[in-house]
Design a protein around this ligand. Structure first.
Ligand code: FES
Ligand code: FES
Length: 184
């Protein structure tokens, strides 16, 4: 009996040691690192958990809530921003990897009194319903203007396939994008 108890204690201790070794590689909950982000032309110096995504840094730390969190898994496009002019899903990117990058959010491409042509076209063409996907759609659409995308509606649909709209406003979204492309 005594032997059995000693064996159980030793096994429990080994198990605790294994758990400690396994978790020692995890960052402590209160670990932070300095991160400098350039967003919409402004420089921000933040202290962030190294695991913070660009999306959470924008929304939770900089309060730029125009960038939306949909799936948080890179599947809906609601979180689309520009990094050095190219579209990126902010939920899939760690904030700490963007030192020196030029990040642009929906707040940086136009103002209510001076809309970007793509924003104006979405309004004109009724390219949204609830609006939750709209900032991501517009950021993708603006980036698309500088991408090698064919002229047809099918080409636009393909290029915008990473941006989902639960309201199904796709037809008007394509119309808005084609309207702006027709102006250039
Ligand atoms: Fe980033 Fe859905 S929230 S792709
Ligand atoms: Fe509602 Fe696209 S307008 S999800």
């Amino acid at each position: 009996m005594i032997h059995q108890t000693a064996f159980n204690n030793a096994a429990a201790q080994q198990s605790a040691e294994r758990d400690a070794a396994r978790t020692s590689h995890q960052p402590a909950a209160n670990t932070v690192m300095p991160v400098e982000l350039t967003v919409n032309g402004n420089i921000y110096r933040l202290s962030l958990d190294p695991r913070t995504t660009l999306l959470d840094a924008l929304r939770e730390h900089l309060h730029l809530t125009g960038t939306k969190k949909g799936c948080d898994h890179g599947q809906c496009g609601a979180c689309t921003v520009h990094v050095n002019g190219r579209r990126v899903n902010a939920c899939l990117s760690l904030a700490g990897t963007h030192a020196g990058d030029e990040i642009t959010t929906i707040e940086g491409i136009g103002r209510p009194d001076a809309l970007h042509p793509m924003q104006a076209a979405f309004v004109e063409c009724d390219g949204y319903q609830c609006g939750y996907c709209t900032s991501g759609q517009i950021m993708s659409a603006v980036a698309l203007l500088h991408e090698p995308v064919g002229r047809g509606d099918a080409d636009v649909r393909e290029a915008m396939s990473g941006n989902l709209c639960r309201c199904g406003a796709y037809r008007n979204i394509v119309a808005a994008i084609q309207c702006v492309r027709g102006q250039s």
